[in-house]
Ligand binder design. Structure first.
Ligand code: SAH
Length: 388
């Protein structure tokens, strides 16, 4: 390529021109390296150092020649999120606070699940953020209060599991990833897909598509595109049983009606052993009646679905109440007895504001107050404070 690397238009780069290497696809990395005069095989070497060995420095890529390590450092930069702290819940859930390079805060939540004898081991699920803040403005969700600050880059979406994997004890690994942290993943479509490709790549993070879930408020065209591009699981935050009800709490309904959303779900080429998950945040006296349940049964007709009831996580900023467990149980019973798969999501990490809809407000200065609750992991403690 005439002009080498500079002739390309790197999507993410430092002001000094160095390219954010972790935001590149494998093909982009290969093209960049070839443009710099490398043979193709080096791309896979570098790729494995980045994603399998999870190195932070080109100098650690020991099977790459010295000359090439220097060349890589001249043209590329390996970004990391700055760990700000970790909050540990009494139930074992851990919330990781990170700063981006500009000091914006994002959060990831690591949720150990109750051991399932059928799976032969406990799942360890990471809930990943895809944006700083969120533009969707769902009335009940605290992340929405922030508004959208910016989309996360692919490197920032991938770094959440990568940097956490590095500090897990020997033998523990992240088994599942859900894009249910801060932000609307499908609003950041290109960066999300770039990150997911690395998650699923056998030489990347090597996660099975069965263990990766993207949750959305229902951005209809992007949902169609995603199911065509990647085989990941889809979750839709439905949260209402009528158009009017949904309009009250989810402004996105003005753009894509519930009818359009559900028709899209009916038409999606969902792989035969996959189901679309419908998240349904239950708010007392608003959408938790048996009439609501009866409407949901009708709405689910013709969709390979499972409904996940999420009793509202109360917080001081909203008047919304959480329905009692009996109400959730009765709702679930109504669905299940009419052939609709339905589960009730257990609340995790409530004491550290890591539960659904509570991300985005953590004050890093409170981390110190938590004292021993901060993960006493030396690997993280090292970089536990912002460097600048
Ligand atoms: N924007 C995407 C990804 C975020 S997932 C989406 O909305 O699907 C976060 C989930 O938590 C969503 O299903 C949302 O409806 C739910 N949620 C938000 N606030 C909540 C709260 N206070 N209690 C329980 N669930 C909440």
């Amino acid at each position: 390529m005439a002009g080498g690397l500079s002739a390309r238009m790197p999507r993410f780069a430092d002001p000094d021109g160095r390219v954010d290497i972790k935001s590149l696809s494998f093909d982009e990395l290969t093209a960049d390296l070839v443009a710099l005069g490398s043979q193709k095989f080096r791309a896979l070497q570098v790729w494995k150092w980045l994603w399998q060995k999870k190195v932070r420095d080109f100098a650690d890529m020991t099977n790459v020649s010295k000359e090439w390590r220097a060349k890589l450092a001249e043209h590329f930069v390996i970004y990391e999120l700055t760990p700000v702290g970790v909050l540990t819940s009494v139930d074992g859930t851990r919330k990781f606070l990170w700063h981006t390079r500009e000091g914006q805060q994002i959060e990831s939540v690591l949720i150990p699940e109750i051991v399932d004898p059928e799976e032969g081991g406990g799942r360890l699920t990471l809930c990943v953020s895809t944006q700083v803040g969120c533009a969707m403005a769902c009335t009940f969700c605290l992340t929405g209060d922030l508004g959208l600050k910016r989309h996360l880059k692919p490197s920032e979406i991938i770094n959440q599991p990568v940097q956490i994997a590095r500090i897990l004890p020997e033998g523990e690994r992240i088994t599942n990833v859900v894009m249910m942290g801060m932000g609307e993943p499908l609003h950041n479509y290109d960066n999300l897909v770039a990150a997911l490709r690395v998650y699923l790549d056998e030489h990347g993070l090597g996660l099975s598509h069965r263990r990766v879930t993207v949750s959305t408020v229902g951005l209809v065209p992007a949902m169609r595109k995603l199911t065509e591009e990647l085989p990941v699981n889809l979750a839709v935050s439905l949260n209402a049983s009528t158009e009017e009800q949904r309009l009250k709490v989810m402004p996105i309904t003005k753009k894509w009606s519930m009818a359009e959303l559900l028709q899209t779900c009916r038409d999606l080429p969902v792989h035969h052993h996959k189901r679309i998950t419908f998240e349904y945040v239950m708010m007392a006296g608003f959408n938790d009646s048996i009439e609501d349940a009866a409407r949901i049964v009708k709405l689910m007709r013709g969709i390979r679905s499972k409904v996940n009831l999420i009793p509202y996580n109360e917080n001081p900023s909203r008047d919304i109440r959480r329905p009692g467990q009996e109400v959730a149980k009765a709702f679930q019973h109504h669905l299940v007895t009419r052939g609709v798969q339905c589960s009730i999501r257990a609340t995790r990490g409530k004491d550290i504001s890591a539960a659904c809809g509570q991300l985005g407000k953590a004050d890093p200065s409170t981390v110190a107050i938590f004292g021993p609750a901060v993960l006493p992991n030396p690997a993280l403690a090292d970089g536990a404070l912002p460097v600048d």
